[in-house]
Design a protein. Structure first.
Length: 151
């Protein structure tokens, strides 16, 4: 007697094939350049700012795949990471009066990029950018309206 019923073995084989197929599909669609990363991140971050979290993680995954393709962190790759961070910060949405108080994965994507920088000063600057975007609510300002006191 076989350890697994035939139907269960078929299910396991189909499941493994589906997982391997989805990994291969992602590997084929991994962004090869910064515009490719932005083409994934721009709509995802836009949706997140609008409250739609259905594709949460897609931007971070695109950044990770791109950074993996760039290779081992080095002084030569620091400039590429800086360019990536500059492009990602363009996705930050700030209406003219207030930061949007909606969480997005943008700070996580930028933080991930910071981990690939070898220059400590540059890494600190990227981490500060990520923190500024993540802590948007703490940096909002509002006009102070003077009202007459009833006393």
């Amino acid at each position: 007697m076989l350890p697994f019923p035939f139907a269960l073995r078929g299910f396991v084989a189909v499941s493994v094939a589906a997982v391997l197929g989805s990994s291969a599909a992602f590997a084929q669609t991994a962004p090869a350049d910064i515009p490719g990363v932005i083409s994934v991140c721009a709509p995802v971050i836009g949706e997140e700012y609008n409250g739609d979290k259905n594709r949460w993680g897609h931007c971070v995954s695109a950044v990770q795949a791109f950074l993996d393709a760039v290779g081992t962190p080095s002084a030569a790759t620091d400039a590429t990471v800086a360019d990536l961070v500059a492009a990602l910060t363009e996705l930050y949405q700030d209406d003219l009066n207030n930061c949007k108080l909606v969480e997005t994965e943008l700070p996580q994507a930028i933080q991930l990029a910071a981990q690939r920088v070898t220059d400590e000063e540059q890494q600190a600057q990227i981490i500060e950018i990520s923190a500024t975007i993540a802590d948007c609510a703490r940096f909002t300002t509002a006009a102070i309206v003077n009202t007459a006191s009833p006393f």
